[in-house]
Design a protein around this ligand. Structure first.
Ligand code: SAM
Length: 257
C-alpha cells in the first residue's frame, strides 16, 4: 500500500463511477491524444488509455513508479514520464495533445491551469478535477469574491462546457474540502497573452488597492500612465481590478503599451 503524500496533493480516486463522469465531460474519442498530469496510481490513466489513441502522463513522484508501471502494463499507448509538470515543457512532453484530463494536484492546480492556457496552445478541451473553491474561481463573474486573475485568464481563452461537484468520499485519503470537475473549451488565444497575463496578475496582486495603484506597485506603469490607460478604456480613476470584465483587461493591456 502506498502512503499518500499530502505535500504532493495525493488524493487518489477510488470510486470508479466518477471515471464515467470524467469521460463524458472530456468527450473522449478513439483518436484523441490526451495529456494527464499526475497519474498517481493510474486509475484515470488506464481508463483514458482504453478509450483514446494516446495518453501522455507526467508524474512527479518516482516512488509510485513500480505500482504505476505495473498498472499500465499492456497499454503501449501510454507514455509515462517522471518530472515536475510545473517545470517541464509540457508541449514538448505531450506532442499533439488536444485534451488535458487530470485530477490535478490541488497545491499547484491554479498555476498549472493558468500556464497551460498559452504554453499548451494545442489543448482544445480541459477536464480538470480541482478544489471546489478553485472551480468556482475559474468562471466567476466580476465584482464577486471568487473573481481573480485566474478567472480573467481562463475566461479570455475558454468557455465552460461542464461542471460536476465531487464529494471527498471518492478519494483516498479523503481531502478536507469538496472538489469539482470543470470542463472548458478553447475559444481562442488573445494576441500577446503573456503581456496580458502580466498585466492581469499585477492588477490583482493587491486586491484592496485601486487598480492604478496596483499597476504602479507591480512596476507595470507609473501612476499617471496607469490612470491614462484606465481612462482610455472608459473607467474612473478609482476603479478596482475586480470590477473589470475579462475583455477590459485586453483593452487595458493595449492601452498600457
Ligand atoms: N490521477 C490520480 C487519481 O486520480 O487517483 C492521482 C491524482 S492526485 C490528486 C495528484 C497527483 O499529481 C499525485 O499522483 C501527485 O504525486 C502528482 N503531482 C503532484 N505534483 C505534481 C507535479 N508538480 N507534477 C506532476 N505530478 C504531480
Amino acid at each position: 500500500m502506498v502512503r499518500a503524500k499530502k505535500r504532493l496533493g495525493q488524493n487518489f480516486l477510488v470510486d470508479e463511477n466518477i471515471l464515467g463522469v470524467i469521460g463524458r465531460l472530456a468527450e473522449l474519442a478513439d483518436d484523441d491524444v490526451v495529456l494527464e498530469i499526475g497519474p498517481g496510481l493510474g486509475i484515470l490513466t488506464t481508463y483514458l488509455a482504453d478509450r483514446v489513441a494516446q495518453v501522455y502522463a507526467i508524474e512527479v513522484d518516482t516512488s509510485l513508479g513500480p505500482q504505476l508501471v505495473e498498472r499500465l502494463a499492456g497499454r503501449p499507448n501510454v507514455e509515462l514520464r517522471f518530472g515536475d509538470a510545473v517545470r517541464l515543457d509540457l508541449a514538448e512532453a505531450a506532442p499533439g495533445a488536444k485534451k488535458l484530463v487530470a485530477n490535478l494536484p490541488y497545491n499547484v492546480a491554479t498555476p498549472l491551469i493558468a500556464e497551460s492556457l498559452d504554453r499548451l496552445p494545442g489543448i482544445e478541451l480541459w477536464t480538470v478535477m480541482v478544489q471546489r473553491e478553485v472551480a468556482d474561481r475559474l468562471f466567476a463573474s466580476p465584482s464577486t469574491k471568487a473573481y481573480g486573475a485566474v478567472s480573467v485568464l481562463v475566461q479570455l481563452v475558454a468557455e465552460r462546457t461542464g461542471f460536476h461537484p465531487v464529494p471527498p468520499t471518492v478519494f483516498r485519503p479523503r481531502p478536507n474540502v469538496d472538489s469539482a470537475l470543470v470542463a472548458f473549451r478553447r475559444t481562442g488565444l488573445p494576441h500577446d497573452f503573456r503581456r496580458v497575463k502580466h498585466v492581469v496578475e499585477a492588477s490583482f496582486a493587491h486586491r484592496r488597492k485601486r487598480l492604478a495603484n496596483s499597476l504602479e506597485l507591480a512596476g507595470v506603469a507609473e501612476r499617471g500612465r496607469a490612470e491614462d490607460a484606465i481612462a482610455t478604456i472608459g473607467r474612473e480613476p478609482n476603479v478596482r481590478a475586480e470590477e473589470l470584465a475579462p475583455a477590459e483587461f485586453l483593452a487595458l493591456a493595449e492601452a498600457l503599451e
